[in-house]
Design a protein around this ligand. Structure first.
Ligand code: ADP
Ligand code: MG
Length: 249
């Protein structure tokens, strides 16, 4: 059984069937890519995993528990974190301040140390934040204002903000969209480093096949809201159904 099990998920928007009977099983500590042409339903599927959308039918189980009917912040507390297409950071704050925010996220109507309830002191939280920045090679930039950073550095900072919450599953929706090749390659290296250093599962939606084949251990191909194939990158390359889905775009 995977850490994430999606079974028979359907989602309609009026007359449009965005997801039709989607099954997906993501194994713990793997990098699983979800690919498919524009409009295939990738973002809709991801939104169903984080509580932004509720499937019409089907089940979504994470770590043995259903996510359906839970609010996005509750799903986040279960251990699912999401990285947005455009890095979601606070540009008026420094790098360090940005990483401290998710450590003190609002919860149950009171400010508490999110994910760090067992950590005794503020000093320890700061040390954890610094260790996280070191992991993403941003420690030397901790006093910088984030507005002036490159897109690649913003992505690194956003990853630190996610990882400091110690998620079990990281969801990434086109993390390299709009990036220059150098920043894309930096992001690939960063995700590889994170995957090696930490016990973390990643589900990545990605258009760029270079990124997909550099990172993924399993690939699910979605087309018109339905999974076409799920296999290893070797078997996906040159798969006739995949070629057809992309050529039919
Ligand atoms: P992808 O991320 O694979 O490009 P999406 O999941 O964004 O695809 O979209 C799948 C289909 O659902 C598309 O036809 C899109 O236009 C439609 N769609 C997505 N979100 C909505 C929405 N909120 N309301 C109506 N239609 C939507
Ligand atoms: Mg999308």
């Amino acid at each position: 059984m995977g850490i994430l099990e999606v079974k028979g998920v359907n989602k309609r928007f009026g007359g449009l069937q965005a997801l039709g009977d989607v099954n997906l099983s993501v194994q713990e500590n793997t990098v699983h890519a979800i690919i498919g042409p524009n409009g295939a339903g990738k973002s809709t599927l991801l939104n169903c995993l984080v509580g932004k959308l509720i499937p019409d039918t089907g089940s979504v189980m994470f770590d043995g528990q259903s996510v359906l009917g839970r609010k996005p912040h509750e799903i986040n507390q279960m251990g699912i974190s999401r990285v947005f297409q455009t890095p979601e950071i606070f540009s008026d704050l420094t790098v360090m301040e940005n990483v401290l925010i998710p450590c003190f996220a609002k919860r149950d109507g009171a400010f508490r140390m999110h994910a760090y309830e067992s950590v005794a002191s503020e000093k320890e939280v700061i040390e954890r934040a610094e260790a996280m920045l070191e992991d993403v090679n941003m420690l030397d930039k901790r006093h910088m204002h984030s507005a002036s950073m490159s897109r690649g550095d913003k992505r690194r900072l956003e990853m630190a903000m996610c990882l400091v919450q110690e998620p079990k599953l990281l969801l990434l929706d086109e993390p390299t969209a709009g990036m220059a090749r150098a920043d894309t390659n930096n992001t690939i290296d960063l995700l590889k480093e994170i995957n090696e250093k930490r016990d973390i599962t990643m589900a990545i939606i990605e258009h760029d096949m270079h990124v997909v084949f550099s990172l993924a251990e399993r690939i699910t191909v979605l087309a018109q809201g339905t999974p076409l194939v799920e296999d290893t990158p070797e078997n996906i390359k040159g798969h006739p159904k995949v070629q057809e889905a992309y050529l039919g775009q």
